[in-house]
Design a binder for this molecule. Structure first.
Ligand code: 16G
Ligand code: ZN
Length: 531
């Protein structure tokens, strides 16, 4: 068949190094950029097949998020902007690892297993981050698509969530928005302006925000968007990529894990700051108090702020919609306690990785999901969106419920429901703070985080560790959980767990306790038990 001849010919330009084996991990393939050329070409093939199968547009994003500049990666985006299904992750791994001579056999095998009609047309959207390797690697993706006769649209430099948004817009015939950057900025900024329009509690001082762009794509995109915010938000942008290296000593992951401010940002005491990660799908906030002490507002604090706001609006609107917060084992114990006992919202815990949280959040009318690392968003069910919409037009509704309904509707529009999005999350958080007239200190004071520590441990084979109960308990190796339990008992208000990383060859250890010393000691003790 002619189409396979072209694959054969083109793939020889993107040869697989013999014996190299890579896995489609939690967030796609990710490793040093020099090992990825063949992977990219093959993910172009994969996306084309997936598009034929789903009869919809599929996305391919070239990025390694918060990893160092030398790395790169790729992930596939399914029709509604969600992560590709586990079965297709498995096919992607098979295709990626077929030796050069076996590529066509592997490809035909997948076509057969998934019963793909090869005459179906295919459309693939491609995006990339600012890494120096991204241009070359995204070209390899495009080559893969073309060689199988698929059509591609190259969005060039975009954030990961922007590409998710484009895919969703395209496949919903514009119902979600227009599949252009223009469309994205207009939708989000208009909703933000509507939200803050009557924020009379907000002083000019409060309209200022420092943004650490991690020297990545998020910085470029904030620059593109800024003027549309009409001074309702004044952004001082740092780490915009003009000097520093991507993710180096900056960005959301650095700030969260190191628990300190990024370099390259001038922070005045009390000033509100946030950091994006390298592909702008994560955000964390922080500030320095008058003594220069660092305070972080991570994904848990963000989830609390957003869910409090939404719950209040639901009450004011008189809408009976079920709201829940989805977290992972990394969620600070204080946040879970506050959400369940003070706010009385349903809290669910899932395994690490966006797809798990996203899935769990879909079960509610309104599902707020955030990982402690700052990746998260809000999902509204179709029913929820319809009820909100109806109320905005209900002539019998009183002023208070109508105002609440309008705020809810603009929240739906400002949030990127396809995936966590630093820019969209930032706009929602800024709007909530403005509406409530709340300072970053007041937000921080909603509850006090338990001191915590994360460590990574190198072991010979991390797969010997198996977990259950949303990664909160280890079932193997034998005796490990008992050892953790007895170490935890020696500390007050303590909790600890271990899990194999899905993105690095390490085991991760998390510990929290009443004091920082205690959390540090517990993390250290548990990491020794892992050895
Ligand atoms: C990936 C995940 C992120 C998760 C992290 C955990 C996506 C899009 N990203 O970056 O959600 O927190 O992996 O990494 O799913 P780990 O398994 O190495 O701890
Ligand atoms: Zn990311």
């Amino acid at each position: 068949m002619a189409q396979f001849q072209e694959v054969s010919k083109q793939s020889s330009q993107h040869p697989k190094p013999v014996g190299l084996v890579l896995q489609y991990g939690t967030a796609g393939f990710r490793t040093n950029a020099k090992h990825l050329d063949h992977i990219m070409f093959r993910m172009g093939l994969m996306a084309t097949l997936r598009s034929k199968k789903t009869k919809a547009t599929i996305g391919v994003m070239v990025t390694a998020s918060h990893n160092p500049e030398e790395d790169n990666g790729v992930k596939l985006i399914d029709p509604m902007g969600e992560m590709v299904t586990p079965m297709w992750e498995c096919y992607a791994t098979q295709l990626a690892n077929a030796e050069q001579d076996d590529l066509l056999t592997a490809l035909k095998d997948i076509i057969e297993k998934t019963a793909i009609d090869m005459s179906q047309e295919a459309n693939v959207f491609v995006g990339k981050d600012t890494r120096s390797s991204s241009a070359r690697l995204s070209q390899a993706v495009l080559d893969g698509v073309t060689s199988l006769g698929g059509h591609s649209k190259d969005y060039g430099l975009v954030t990961t969530p922007q590409l998710h948004y484009m895919v969703c817009c395209q496949n919903t015939q514009g119902k979600y928005g227009e599949a252009t950057l223009e469309g994205y900025y207009n939708k989000l900024c208009q909703a933000f302006i509507q939200l803050t329009r009557n924020a009379s509690n907000c002083t000019d001082d409060q309209k200022h925000l420092c943004v650490d762009g991690a020297n990545g794509i998020g910085a470029l995109k904030v620059r593109e968007m800024e003027s549309r915010l009409k001074n309702e938000l004044q952004i001082s942008l740092f780490n915009d990529g003009s000097k520093g290296k991507l993710n180096h000593q900056c960005g959301a992951d650095f700030v969260k894990v190191q628990q300190k401010p990024p370099t390259g940002v001038v922070i005045n005491p009390g000033e509100r700051c946030c950091s994006f990660d390298g592909d702008a799908d994560r955000i964390v906030y922080y500030y320095l108090d008058s003594e220069g002490q660092f305070h972080m507002l991570d994904g848990d604090k963000i989830a609390t702020l957003i869910s409090t706001f939404l719950k209040e609006l639901l009450t004011q609107a008189g809408l009976d919609l079920k709201i829940a917060v989805v977290q992972t084992a990394y969620a600070n114990g204080s946040s879970t306690h506050y959400l369940e006992n003070k706010m009385k919202v349903i809290v669910r815990c899932t395994k690490t990785g966006v797809k798990h949280l996203h899935h769990a959040a879909q079960e509610f009318d309104i599902g707020v999901y955030f990982e402690a690392n700052g990746h998260g968003t809000v999902l509204f069910s179709k029913t929820a969106e319809e009820k909100i919409q109806q109320l905005t037009q209900d002539t019998n509704a009183n002023d208070e419920s109508k105002r609440a309904a309008l705020l809810l509707q603009n929240t739906v529009n400002v949030i990127n429901q396809t995936v966590g999005d630093a820019i969209s999350d930032m706009l929602l958080i800024e709007a909530i703070l403005a509406i409530k007239g709340m300072t970053v200190q007041q937000w921080d004071a909603i509850y006090r985080d338990l001191p915590n520590r994360q460590l990574k441990v190198k072991v010979s084979d991390r797969r010997v560790i198996d977990t259950t109960d949303a990664e909160r308990r280890a079932v193997s190796p034998e005796g490990l959980q008992e050892a953790i339990d007895s170490l935890v008992k020696k500390h007050k208000q303590a909790r600890s767990f271990v899990r194999p990383s899905g993105t690095e060859d390490v085991v991760r250890v998390y510990a929290e306790a009443e004091t920082q010393e205690s959390a540090d000691a517990l993390a250290h003790e548990v990491s020794l038990a892992v050895y």
